[in-house]
Every structure is written in structure tokens, then in C-alpha cells.
Design a protein around this ligand. Structure first.
Ligand code: G3P
Ligand code: MG
Length: 240
């Protein structure tokens, strides 16, 4: 079972920042998960919420700020004074950093509330530019984004995100030409889902698994990967 640091190492570091991704790598995670939105001037940036208020010292919509304006904000102090001065990364910064490691990279396109123009194209071109198409999985709760991703790139891995009991999701995923299932963790405990996905040869990756007992369960029940805010803890448990 693979371990993805969710938003980096969001339990210990400010989510979706370089220092959080670095911590996930240091902890021995196999991959990182990060959330992508677009700035006003169309730059893919790494931040979970459509609004700045929760995780920065800014307010309002990400989409209304230029990349330069977003870069002025503090994305660490909300978490702890220790991280004051931490900035919102661009996707490009993460991809440049990823040149120096072998982590898997799950890019979650946040296209559910804001329909960012050409976000799929912009993200894929950057991933191609840095030669990372083989290490990237693109996921979204908006499955139209996955269809668009597949239209643009025939082989890059994609995965449907879903949170409830979608019926036979491995069949549905094929209708949007996705390669994997990223589900809310309770779904990854359904035997019928585990069996069906296994028979279809489709990986199940569960978010967000922070409880030790759940980590242990998923390490043996056939789940392919977990996303966790606590990669160090998950790695320690996996080592036994
Ligand atoms: O990609 C897995 C997980 O991150 C999906 O939910 O809200 O944490 O982005 P969220
Ligand atoms: Mg996410």
C-alpha cells in the first residue's frame, strides 16, 4: 500500500506549501497530493480552498488575484508562527522540486465551484514540460475535468474522486476513461467495492486516512494507497 502525503504533511505543516511537501518526502511518503486552482492571470497555484481566508492572511477569491498578488500573502502563519513567511507555491515550483525526487504526484483539480478556463490544458503542459507525465495522477470531483484531461493527453493517469456509495464505480470510471478510484475512506472498507475494483484491475486510493487503526486495515485489505495528513505516522506503521 502506497502512502500519499495529503496536502503534503498537513497534520504537521501548513497544507499545500513547499515545506509541507518537503516534510512528506522526508517522512518517506511514496507520493504527495496537492490541490490546484488558477490565479486571475491563469497561473496554476497550489491551494485547497477557492477563497484565501482560511489558509492565508488574504481574503476573497483566489481567482480574483494575480499570481504576483497571491505571492505576497502569508500561507504559513495561520498554522503556526513558526511558519510565518511561507508562500503559496505555484504548480511549477512543485514540479521543479519534484525533479530532485521520485515521488508520485497527485494533482487534484479544484474545478467544482469555479470553472477555471483551460486549467486542464495549463496543468498538463506544465507536467509535460517537466517530463513528469509518468509520475502524475490527475484527479477531480468534477469528472468533466477528467474527460477534458483525457482529451488533451491519452495516457496520463486520471482518477475519479467521490465521497459516497457510487454504484460499481470501476464501471463508471471507465466511462470517463479514468484509471483509478479516489474515494472517501469509508467506501474503501466496503468488501463489494474492494472486490469489484480488484477484479476490474482498478486501484482504490482512500482519503483522508489519519486514524492508526484504519491505516492498519487498509494496509492489508487491498487498498492501493491512502492519502494522509500524517505521512510520518503511516510510514512508521507500515514499517511495523
Ligand atoms: O484528493 C483527495 C482529497 O484531497 C480530496 O478532498 O477536500 O481534501 O481536497 P480534499
Ligand atoms: Mg485534495
Amino acid at each position: 500500500m502506497l502512502i500519499f502525503g495529503h496536502r503534503g504533511s498537513a497534520g504537521t505543516h501548513p497544507e499545500n506549501t513547499m515545506i509541507s511537501f518537503e516534510e512528506a518526502a522526508r517522512a518517506g511518503a511514496d507520493g504527495i497530493e496537492l490541490d490546484i486552482q488558477l490565479s486571475k492571470d491563469g497561473v496554476p497555484v497550489v491551494i485547497h480552498d477557492e477563497k484565501l481566508d482560511r489558509t492565508t492572511n488574504g481574503t476573497g477569491w483566489v481567482k480574483d488575484r494575480t499570481f504576483y498578488e497571491l505571492k505576497q500573502l502569508d500561507a504559513g502563519a495561520w498554522f503556526s508562527d513558526k511558519f510565518k513567511g511561507t508562500r503559496i507555491p505555484s504548480l511549477e515550483e512543485v514540479l521543479v522540486w519534484a525533479q530532485g525526487n521520485s515521488l508520485l504526484i497527485n494533482l487534484e483539480l479544484k474545478t467544482g465551484i469555479i470553472l477555471y478556463p483551460q486549467i486542464e490544458e495549463k496543468v498538463i503542459r506544465l507536467v509535460e514540460q517537466y517530463g513528469l507525465t509518468g509520475r502524475v495522477i490527475i484527479s477531480s470531483f468534477n469528472h468533466y475535468s477528467l474527460v477534458e484531461t483525457r482529451r488533451i493527453h491519452r495516457t496520463i493517469k486520471t482518477a475519479i474522486l467521490f465521497s459516497d456509495g457510487l454504484y460499481e464505480p470501476w464501471k463508471y470510471a471507465k466511462t470517463v476513461e479514468a484509471d483509478g478510484l479516489h474515494c472517501h475512506w469509508p467506501i474503501a472498507a466496503y468488501p463489494v467495492i474492494l472486490d469489484g475494483a480488484k477484479q476490474a484491475g482498478m486501484p482504490i486510493r482512500a482519503y483522508t486516512v489519519n486514524d492508526e487503526a484504519r491505516m492498519r486495515e487498509f494496509m492489508t485489505n487491498g487498498v492501493s494507497a491512502i492519502f494522509t495528513d500524517w505521512p510520518e505516522k503511516a510510514v512508521r506503521i507500515r514499517r511495523g
